[in-house]
Design a protein around this ligand. Structure first.
Ligand code: MTE
Ligand code: MO
Length: 216
């Protein structure tokens, strides 16, 4: 976390407690579309650390660095010049809600990877956001077919509370792996646990295997 990280909100403290006690773990195997231990919602809840940075699109920058042949800084014109991808995907939050059929528009992570050219030593990514939030992913999960840097949801610009101007969406993992207000991507040889990962959440977070928390 960076120094300007806000103090944990009540909800954040509750979630830290749930991680410690293994709340929502069912031990059942999922069938069909809804992963084990999840329930369906029709609204779209807002969850974050309690500070929603106000990033005007013309001030937004994405820093791409670490083990890459072409490090760079993307501003909005560079981001918009990339190939566009549309994905329809489900959201699965570790706090047990799921939301079906979210239409995202943006830039596929595979196109960002093609632009940045990570070296063969790169095996993980560390992600940092404008609110100080961090999370981490194996490169293979970051590069998944359905993963994208989204700036639109259901045909309209992504709103500030849901991470606009640009957030990452990694639909096959729990939603804490999808950072809002994305600021920085570092390609790394070694894993670097992020905010929730050092607070008891699982390193990978596969909802189908119910990888909610780290057993200890
Ligand atoms: N920058 C940032 N990204 C974040 C978070 C956060 O606190 N800050 N919270 C994560 C968690 S725990 C969840 S469940 C989702 C919630 O996204 P939503 O508010 O759009 O539903 O954002 C994830 N990405
Ligand atoms: Mo979450």
């Amino acid at each position: 976390m960076t120094d300007d990280t806000p103090p944990p909100s009540k909800l954040t403290r509750s979630k830290q407690g749930w991680a410690a006690e293994g709340r929502f773990l069912t031990g059942t195997t999922g069938r069909g579309r809804l992963p084990p231990g999840q329930h369906l919602v029709r609204n779209w809840p807002v969850l974050d650390l309690g500070r929603q940075p106000d990033i005007a699109p013309d001030r937004w920058r994405l820093l791409i660095g670490g083990l890459v042949e072409r490090p760079g800084v993307w501003d909005m014109p560079v981001y918009r010049a990339q190939p566009r991808t549309r994905i329809l995907s489900d959201i699965h939050c570790v706090t047990s809600w799921s939301r079906y059929d979210n239409r995202w528009d943006g830039v596929a992570t595979r196109d960002l990877i093609a632009a940045a050219a990570p070296t063969t030593a790169a095996r993980f990514v560390a992600l940092e956001s404008y609110d100080g939030y961090t999370t981490n992913l194996p490169l293979a999960d970051f590069a998944a077919d359905q993963a994208l840097l989204a700036d639109r949801w259901d045909g309209a610009p992504l709103t500030r509370d849901h991470g606009g101007p640009v957030r990452l969406v990694v639909p096959h993992l729990y939603f804490w792996k999808s950072p809002k207000w994305l600021k920085r991507i570092d390609f790394l040889a070694e894993d670097r646990p992020g905010f929730w990962e050092v607070n008891g959440y699982h390193a990978r977070g596969d909802p189908w295997r119910e990888q909610r928390y780290t057993a200890d």
